[in-house]
Design a protein around this ligand. Structure first.
Ligand SMILES: [Zn+2]
Length: 504
C-alpha cells in the first residue's frame, strides 16, 4: 500500500474517533447547562454508550497496522509525522490499558469524587486519605502499562502537556517563586490594596440582563464568532467544543459583576483558540490544541494582559457606565481600574487574583512531586499543606477544608493537571512581551476597541500550528526564546508595581 493512501486512511479513522469524542463532550455540555434533574441516570447511560463506541473505534487493529506502516516510512513531511506521532500516543492509550483496569479506574474516580465531597463537608481528611492512596496507586499502574513505570509523575504531566516533565517545570517554578513571594508581600502591604478592595465591594446590584448584554458586546468585540459558538450559564464556567461549534459558559451574580465578565473573557480566550484551529485538520495533531498549558495561556492572555489593561477599559468604560448608571456611579475611573486589578491573598485557589494565583499552583506542584517520589506520605499531607501555605501564600488554613481538601482534582486521580495553570500564565506573559515588541502601541488599539491585531498574531503564531510542535518548541518558535518566568515577573511588577506604587 502506498504511504499516501495509508496516511489518508489513518486521518479518516482519527477524525472519525474525534467526532465521536466531541459527541461525548456535547453530552457533557448539555448535562451542565440544560439537563432536567430527573435525567441524570439516562445521561450516564448515554455517556457510557458513546464512550464505548469511541473506545471501540479508537482501538481498532487497523489503526495499529496503518501506524506501523507509516512509522517505517521516512519520506513523510514534518506535519504528517506529527499527526502520526499523536495518533500513536492516542492509540497506545486506547489499547495498552487493560479493560478491567479502565473500568475499575472509572469506578474509583466516581467513588473518589463522592468521598472527597463528604470529607470536605465534614472537614475529615482521614475519610479521604484511603482514596488518595488508591488514586496514587492507579496513576503509577497506568504509567507502568504505558512503559513509564520509572517516572509516573512525568507521565501524568505529559498527559496534559506533551513533552513537559517535572524537572523542567521545577526549574521554571523555582525561579518564579523566588521573585513572586516578595512581590506579593509588597503589593498586599500597600495602602492602595485596601482602596482596591473597597472599590470592588461597592460594585453591587448589577442587573443580570445588562450584564449579559455587556458581556456579549465585549466577547464579540474581541473576536468570538457567535455563528460558530455560544455562551450559556452553568454552575462552574467552562469552555468545550471545537472548530465551528464552541460552547462557553459563565455565571451571573448581581453583587459580583466583574466575576461573570472576567469568567466569560477567560472562556472566550479558550474559545478563540478552538475557533482558530485549522478546521480541515480537526481531530488530528494539526487541528487540535497543543496542550493544557497553551490552552490556558490563551484564556489568561485575554483575561489578564488584555481585559485588565488601561486601553481596554478606556474603550469599554463609557458603555459600562451607560448600561449600569447608578450601580457604576459608586466608583470613578481610577477606582474601577483598581477594582479590576484588586489583589488579596486568599487560602482558596479559585478565589485568587492573577498575582497570588501562581503561588497556589507552585504549592500543589511541590506536594505532588513529593507524593510521587515517596518522600511525602498521604497521612502527612495536611500538615505539609499548612506549612507550604504559610511559606508561599503567607496564610495558614485553620482547617483542611480551606487547605488540602479544597480542590476536586486529586479525588478522581487528576494529578499533574495543576502546573498547566501557572505555565499558562508564564506563556501568556511571554507571548504578550513578544507581541509588544512587534507592535508597540497595542494599548492605543485597545482604547479604540480594536483587538484584531492580537487575534491575528495568535492565529498565525499559535492557533495555526495545532499540536504540531511540543509546548516548549511552539513557544520558542512564537517568541524566539525558551520559555522563562522572567516575562511573567516583569509583567506583574510593571502592572501591579505601578498601580500599587511599590518600589521596583
Ligand atoms: Zn481556563
Amino acid at each position: 500500500m502506498r504511504s499516501r493512501d495509508a496516511y489518508v486512511e489513518l486521518v479518516n479513522l482519527v477524525q472519525r474517533a474525534h467526532a465521536l469524542a466531541t459527541a461525548g463532550d456535547l453530552l457533557g455540555w448539555d448535562e451542565q447547562v440544560n439537563l432536567p434533574p430527573g435525567a441524570a441516570e439516562q445521561r450516564a447511560a448515554q455517556h457510557a454508550a458513546v464512550a464505548e463506541a469511541h473506545h471501540g473505534w479508537a482501538s481498532q487493529p487497523r489503526i495499529g497496522e496503518l501506524l506501523a506502516a507509516l512509522e517505517a516510512d521516512d519520506t513523510l513531511g514534518g506535519a504528517e509525522r506529527a499527526v502520526i506521532a499523536n495518533a500513536r500516543r492516542d492509540y497506545d492509550r486506547a489499547t495498552k490499558l487493560p479493560a478491567d483496569f479502565v473500568q475499575e479506574k472509572a469506578r474509583q474516580g466516581s467513588r473518589g469524587y463522592h468521598a472527597w465531597a463528604r470529607a470536605k463537608a465534614a472537614d475529615d481528611f482521614g475519610g479521604y486519605a484511603p482514596v488518595l492512596e488508591k488514586n496514587l496507586e492507579f496513576a503509577r499502574r497506568e504509567a507502568a502499562y504505558l512503559g513509564k513505570a520509572e517516572a509516573p509523575y512525568d507521565y501524568m504531566l505529559d498527559k496534559h502537556d506533551p513533552g513537559l516533565n517535572a524537572a523542567t517545570i521545577a526549574t521554571l517554578f523555582d525561579e518564579l517563586k523566588g521573585e513572586l513571594v516578595p512581590l506579593v508581600r509588597e503589593v498586599t502591604a500597600s495602602p492602595v490594596a485596601e482602596t482596591a478592595r473597597a472599590a470592588s465591594r461597592r460594585l453591587r446590584g448589577f442587573p443580570i440582563d445588562a450584564q449579559r448584554q455587556f458581556l456579549r458586546e465585549v466577547t464579540t468585540a474581541v473576536g468570538f464568532d457567535y455563528d460558530c459558538g455560544r455562551i450559556d450559564v452553568s454552575l462552574h464556567p467552562f469552555c468545550s467544543g471545537t472548530g465551528a461549534d464552541v460552547r462557553m459558559t459563565t455565571r451571573y451574580q448581581e453583587n459580583q459583576p466583574l466575576d461573570a465578565l472576567f469568567s466569560a473573557i477567560h472562556e472566550t480566550g479558550h474559545g478563540l483558540y478552538e475557533q482558530g484551529l485549522p478546521r480541515e485538520h480537526l481531530g488530528t495533531a494539526r487541528g487540535i490544541a497543543a496542550g493544557m498549558a497553551v490552552h490556558e495561556s490563551q484564556s489568561r492572555l485575554w483575561e489578564n494582559q488584555i481585559a485588565r489593561s488601561r486601553g481596554f477599559w478606556r474603550h469599554f468604560e463609557p458603555r459600562w457606565r451607560q448600561l449600569f448608571g447608578s450601580q457604576a456611579a459608586t466608583v470613578d475611573a481610577d477606582e474601577l481600574y483598581l477594582a479590576v486589578n484588586a489583589v488579596e491573598p486568599t487560602l482558596i485557589r479559585v478565589d485568587a487574583d492573577e498575582v497570588t494565583y501562581n503561588l497556589h499552583i507552585i504549592l500543589r506542584f511541590e506536594l505532588e512531586q513529593r507524593l510521587f517520589s515517596g518522600e511525602l506520605r498521604v497521612a502527612d499531607l495536611p500538615s505539609a499543606w499548612r506549612a507550604a501555605s504559610r511559606e508561599l501564600v503567607g496564610l495558614e488554613p485553620a482547617n483542611d477544608r480551606e487547605g488540602v481538601l479544597q480542590d476536586v482534582h486529586w479525588s478522581d486521580g487528576a494529578f499533574g493537571y495543576f502546573p498547566s495553570y501557572c505555565l499558562g500564565n508564564m506563556i501568556a506573559a511571554q507571548l504578550w512581551h513578544r507581541m509588544q515588541e512587534v507592535r508597540t502601541d497595542l494599548d492605543t488599539d485597545f482604547a479604540k476597541g480594536d483587538f484584531s491585531w492580537v487575534l491575528r498574531w495568535l492565529r498565525e503564531n499559535i492557533h495555526a500550528h495545532g499540536r504540531r510542535f511540543g509546548t516548549m518548541e511552539l513557544i520558542k518558535r512564537a517568541t524566539g526564546e525558551e520559555l522563562s518566568p522572567r516575562h511573567l515577573i516583569a509583567y506583574l511588577r510593571e502592572r501591579y508595581g505601578e498601580l500599587y506604587r511599590c518600589a521596583k
